[in-house]
Design a binder for this molecule. Structure first.
Ligand code: ZN
Length: 100
């Protein structure tokens, strides 16, 4: 822990304070973290496939693996396209690439 991970920034979805940054993405807040859906509109949640990392997304309704999100990491929150993936030091993040 440490580094730039402690700084809060506005959640790119709702503007509430959000903590952390992953790769180039602005991560979303805890509130929005419970909302991502896959292309099919089903709630998905990401997890590491092993202690060493790896990433896989699963549908919350029947716990089946979501191939689409596992493959491309694209999820939607309130209709906004976001990216879900493996964080730098394990764990899973959801964020939005900064708009230039
Ligand atoms: Zn939010």
């Amino acid at each position: 822990m440490g580094g730039d991970g402690e700084l809060a920034h506005p959640c790119p979805i709702c503007g509430r304070p959000a903590i952390g940054r992953a790769w180039q993405y602005n991560t979303i807040c805890d509130e929005c973290y419970s909302k991502p859906v896959c292309r099919a509109g089903r709630r998905v949640d990401g997890h590491n496939t092993s202690l060493g990392g790896g990433f896989e997304a699963a549908h919350l309704d029947d716990e089946s693996v979501c191939d689409q999100v596992t493959r491309d990491g694209t999820v939607w929150i309130d209709g906004v396209e976001c990216h879900m993936g493996e964080a730098k030091f394990g764990g899973v993040f959801v964020g939005i690439a900064p708009r230039e």
